[in-house]
Design a protein around this ligand. Structure first.
Ligand SMILES: [Zn+2]
Length: 211
């Protein structure tokens, strides 16, 4: 599949000093979904193979406010830490991915159903007539192509995300697990990710243990 590329007028780059160190920020407006996304780049990644990459879906509650019902914020932290340890890598932060693409209001509505009726993340979306995963990973592929990354080691537990990136022409050399410890708060979410989406979460044990 041949993708559109990002227009120069829709992209801006600058250095960004963070508590973890200085990243190159690449902000871009995607030509297909129209959202403004961000890539954080550390070290040399252009024309490199096996670049450590995280493609992270926006989760305001988890990423910004450290919500414990999902593990998004911890995955974001762990991915950035891993890139810093490696001394090189790319974190692509995808906007418009709240609740796997249903939006923030709808996501919070699913939380009500989860809390009051015990539905999981899939059934609560379905009950509202919403798609269970409506995310487009094309913007991530387009910015990785723009950055000249030749192949990636993708930090993810989700095989579907690899397939989605590959469909957009990204070479995924390998997958690096990004496992966050289960707690009383996130176990239902992690279990649903494993059992409903097939995420590879071996640290949760066998399905019977939490069935
Ligand atoms: Zn989240």
């Amino acid at each position: 599949m041949r993708d559109q590329s990002i227009d120069q007028q829709d992209i801006a780059e600058a250095d960004l000093v963070t508590r973890r160190g200085t990243f190159r920020t690449v902000a871009f407006r995607d030509p297909v979904d129209g959202n403004e996304h961000l890539a954080l780049v550390l070290g040399e990644t252009r024309m490199r193979d096996d670049v450590l990459v995280r493609v992270h879906s926006e989760c305001v509650t988890g990423d910004i406010f450290a919500a414990m019902r999902c593990e998004c914020g911890e995955q974001l932290d762990a991915a950035l830490d891993a890139i810093v340890r490696e001394g090189a890598g790319v974190l692509v932060y995808l906007r418009g991915h709240e609740g796997r693409g249903i939006g923030l209001v709808a996501k919070v509505r699913t939380h009500v159903l989860q809390d009051e009726q015990g539905l999981d993340t899939v059934d609560s979306a379905t009950a509202l007539g919403l798609p269970v995963d409506d995310r487009d990973f094309g913007p991530a592929a387009r910015v990785l192509a723009y950055l000249g990354v030749r192949s990636v080691r993708l930090m993810s537990n989700n095989a579907d995300k690899i397939h989605a990136l590959e469909r957009h022409g990204i070479v995924v050399a390998s997958r690096v697990p990004l496992l966050i410890e289960a707690t009383d708060h996130n176990i239902r979410y992690l279990t649903a990710k494993r059992d409903r989406f097939g995420h590879d979460l071996p640290h949760l044990g066998t399905p019977a243990q939490h069935g």
